[in-house]
Design a binder for this molecule. Structure first.
Ligand code: MN3
Length: 205
């Protein structure tokens, strides 16, 4: 059993004008495909790991043999992060709103939904170099905003992601060039809030 590149649940052009079709196509078919292939290749020498889910492997990197751990961290991280990223986006007209429960958690953690939005945009915009910004549920079942470098996942820190944004340049350079803040604002128009709310409710139940 090897890990497969998941299909998108929408067309490459479905997130336009916020995220352009060409970026989506290259990002999914080339970048995510490459992480998938390299993750599978890294696991070849320890095939027993294929019995776990990719998320389980990333959640317990300490259990991965040391000779392959860095490759699994990078490529397995790239595999699960992108898989998650596609799921938490939706065409703008289907983007919905945070559920009452999620909004309540945002108010507890940040004061308001708007403040949560502002902090997330700030963290995504100021992440130095390549990486990701996240909203996660921590071990106290409360929300946190954080960023990770490269393809690191909050799963490896025992946190449950409910939202993320890829801020590697390959995620936005064709359309936005050096204007990462414009890309981050555009991304917020295509968040699948129904999915994010569901992930939140699963994480705290
Ligand atoms: Mn990417």
């Amino acid at each position: 059993m090897v890990f497969e590149l998941p299909d998108l649940e929408y067309g490459f052009d479905a997130l336009e004008p916020h995220i352009d079709a060409k970026t989506m196509e290259i990002h999914h078919d080339k970048h995510h495909k490459a992480y998938t292939d390299k993750f599978n290749a890294a696991l070849e020498s320890h095939k027993e790991l294929f019995e776990k889910s990719a998320e389980e492997i990333i959640s317990s990197l300490g259990d991965v043999p040391e000779d392959m751990r860095q490759s699994v961290r990078n490529n397995g991280g790239g595999y699960v992060n992108h898989k998650f990223f596609w799921e938490i986006m939706a065409p703008a007209e289907k983007s919905g709103k945070p559920s009452e429960k999620l909004l309540g958690a945002m108010k507890r953690a940040f004061g308001s939904g708007e403040e949560c939005h502002k902090r997330f945009v700030e963290v995504a915009t100021t992440r130095f170099g390549s990486g990701w910004a996240w909203i996660v549920v921590n071990s106290d079942k409360e929300l946190e905003i954080m960023s990770t470098a490269n393809q690191d996942s909050p799963l490896s820190e025992g946190k449950t992601p409910i939202l993320c944004i890829d801020v590697w340049e390959h995620a936005y350079y064709l359309e936005y060039q050096n204007k990462r803040p414009d890309y981050v604002e555009a991304f917020t128009k295509v968040i699948n809030w129904n999915k994010v709310s569901e992930l939140y409710e699963n994480a705290v139940s």
